[in-house]
Write a new protein. Structure first.
Length: 333
């Protein structure tokens, strides 16, 4: 039995005021504080001058970031921590600032969660239909997360005998890229909305994989998938849809697979009682805020979708994920 800590008023206040730290981080990323400091050691005046900022206010922000252990302060000189250098400086290959800015764009809708709960209706539009800045933060954020996670996840899935991967809703094709890098005989086709094409083609070209990965424009809810594959990868596309529409997407993907084909679902997977782990449970609320029927699904629900599509021999693959995402695979009968 898992141990649960005893909650007290202090814990409640910590939860209630947690957004103070959130907003401090968001402001620092939006102002590019970590990139400005880079590998250097700067005074408050140095940072203020570069920002054209108010020196007293900038100092308060730098001190708060130091208290959060995101900056180091010694004799009124500020420098980045190793963590900040790796993940919060823009020229770092492990930069995650774009997904942090995506979270920043979500804040307003989270402040209206009570309205969504009362009405059952979303209170924000879909990212694909929103302004360019928000769409870029979302796409680049997904790319940043996948670039950090793919090297951990991809080696756990054996595709050595597979030939053609369907990456459905694959965005910039980050996972298709890593699957191909790990499996020299594999080719892949990324299907996603037309607005994603320029970013995907640029990313694929960056890895010199244009001859093995192609991109096809598709609205996978409204259109049929063309092609025959022996492995399908569905990463974080089901949670944006209702159970009924998620079932349709799974069925469409399975219909393209040869007998013995492998389907792989990567999602924030809830336990079968739907009350944990914490991140998938909170992520369900995020989907409530932004979609008419989306949610995180349990392993039981995902298996039900796959079973109805003619899939069997299920396997759960566990790996070290920072946000409780999980892998469920099955074989087409």
């Amino acid at each position: 039995m898992m141990y649960k800590r005893e909650m007290n008023p202090g814990n409640l206040l910590e939860i209630s005021g947690g957004y103070w730290k959130t907003c401090t981080l968001h402001a620092a990323v939006k102002l590019d504080i970590f990139t400005i400091i880079g590998n250097g050691r700067l005074t408050c005046k140095d940072v203020s001058d570069i920002l054209y900022g108010h020196q007293r206010s900038v100092e308060m922000l730098l001190n708060a970031l130091s208290a959060m252990e995101l900056l180091e302060k010694k004799e009124n000189i500020y420098s980045n921590t190793p963590l900040s250098l790796s993940f919060l400086v823009k020229n770092s290959p492990r930069y995650i600032g774009h997904i942090i800015m995506h979270h920043y764009h979500l804040l307003d809708s989270w402040n209206r969660l009570d309205i969504a709960v009362r009405t059952g209706q979303p209170v924000r539009g879909r990212v694909s239909h929103s302004d360019e800045e928000r769409r870029e933060s979302f796409l680049m954020g997904m790319f940043n997360l996948a670039m950090n996670l793919a090297p951990i996840l991809v080696p756990k899935i054996d595709l050595s005998n597979r030939h053609h991967l369907l990456d459905l809703g694959g965005g910039p094709g980050t996972y298709a890229i890593h699957f191909c890098l790990n499996n020299p005989k594999l080719k892949a086709t990324v299907y996603d909305l037309p607005t994603t094409r320029p970013f995907a083609e640029k990313t694929i070209a960056k890895f010199n994989l244009q001859d093995r990965i192609d991109f096809k424009s598709l609205d996978y809810l409204k259109e049929d998938i063309v092609g025959v594959f022996d492995v399908a990868w569905l990463s974080h596309i089901l949670h944006g849809e209702s159970f009924e529409d998620a079932c349709k997407i799974v069925l469409k993907a399975v219909s393209t697979l040869e007998p013995g084909g492998l389907i792989i679902i990567h999602e924030f997977i809830l336990n079968n009682t739907m009350d944990g782990p914490l991140f998938p449970a909170l992520f369900s609320l995020n989907m409530l805020l932004g979609t008419p029927g989306g949610q995180a699904y349990s392993e039981e629900q995902l298996i039900s979708m796959l079973t109805d599509a003619g899939v069997k021999d299920f396997q759960r693959i566990y790996f070290d994920s920072p946000n409780d995402s999980g892998i469920l695979t099955g074989i087409v009968g």
